[in-house]
Design a binder for this molecule. Sequence first.
Ligand SMILES: NC(=O)c1ccc[n+]([C@@H]2O[C@H](COP(=O)([O-])OP(=O)(O)OC[C@H]3O[C@@H](n4cnc5c(N)ncnc54)[C@H](O)[C@@H]3O)[C@@H](O)[C@H]2O)c1
Length: 275
Amino acid sequence: MTSRNAKLKLGIIGCGAIGSRIARSVMKELKGAFEVVALYDIDQAKVGALAKRLNVRGGAARDVDDLIRRSDIVIEAVNTQATLDIVRAALTAGKSVMAMSIGRLLSDSSLFDLARRSKGQLILPSGAVAGLDAIKAAALLGITSITLTTRKPPAGFSDNPYIREKGIHLKDIARDAVLFDGEVKDAVRLFPQNINVAATVALAAGPGVKLRVRIIASPEVIRNTHEVVLEGEFGRITTKTENTVCPDNPKTSYLAVLSGIRALQGMATNIKIGT
Ligand SMILES: NC(=O)c1ccc[n+]([C@@H]2O[C@H](COP(=O)([O-])OP(=O)(O)OC[C@H]3O[C@@H](n4cnc5c(N)ncnc54)[C@H](O)[C@@H]3O)[C@@H](O)[C@H]2O)c1
C-alpha cells in the first residue's frame, strides 16, 4: 500500500485521547513512513493545541471534506454519530480510512459494500480486545459457538440509562452480577460503552456466526476485562484481555490506542507477524 519512498499523508478526525496519541506517535516512532498533514475536531481548541504540540503548520482542516482531500489515510477517532458519514465520505473519495469507533459501523452494512468497491481500504484495528487473528483463522473452518464476556467494576456502568431504568443499584453489588446475556445487536443498543469490542469480535467471526455477549458488573475486577471463548472443528480458543485505561480518557482502554498505532506500523513494513 505504501511506496517505499513517499510518506503517507494522514488526516486525523477527532483530536481526543486516541486521535492525539496516534498523532504524537506518528510524529515520533512512525515519522519515516507517515506524516500528519491535517487535523479536524468540532472543538477548535483541541486542533490548535495538537497542531502546536506536533508543530504541524497549516494542519487545521476547514472541514471533513477538506481533510479527506489532503490525506491518503483518514483516521476516524470521534465520539459521536459522525463516524458513519466520515467513513462513507473517505471511501467515496477513494481514500483509506482507519475507523476506531467500530461499534457504530455495525448499524450500516452498506459501508462494507462501499469499502469493497472503493479504491481505499477500510482498516479496523483490534482495539481493546485480543485474539482477533485467531478468530478470523478459526472462522475459515467454522465457528460453532462464540461468547464474549465483559467484566467491569460496577461503577463503570454508572452512566448507563438501561441500568437506571432497570432500577439496578450498582453500589449494592457485592458479587458478580450479570447485567446482560444475549445477542450482539441488543448488547450494542443497551450498552453503547461496550459496543466497540463486541462489534469487533462479531466482525472478526463473520456474518453467519451468532455472538453471545455477557456483560457483568464485578466488584472483583479493577480492569475492564474481555474474555472470548470460541469452539469449532479447529478446537477451542480462550482469550482474556485485562485493560488499563488511557490516562487522557478513562472510558478508553490504552490497548485501543496502541492497536491504532500498531495498525499503522503494520502498513509501513513488509514483515507481517500475527496479522
Ligand atoms: N475500537 C475500540 O476497541 C475502541 C476502544 C476505545 C474507544 N473507541 C472509540 O474511539 C473513539 C474515540 O475515542 P477517544 O477516547 O479518543 O474519545 P475522546 O472523547 O477522547 O475524543 C473524541 C474527540 O472527537 C471529537 N468529535 C466529536 N464529534 C466530532 C465530529 N463530528 N467531528 C470531529 N470531531 C468530533 C471530540 O471533540 C473529541 O475531541 C470513540 O468513539 C470510542 O468509542 C474504540
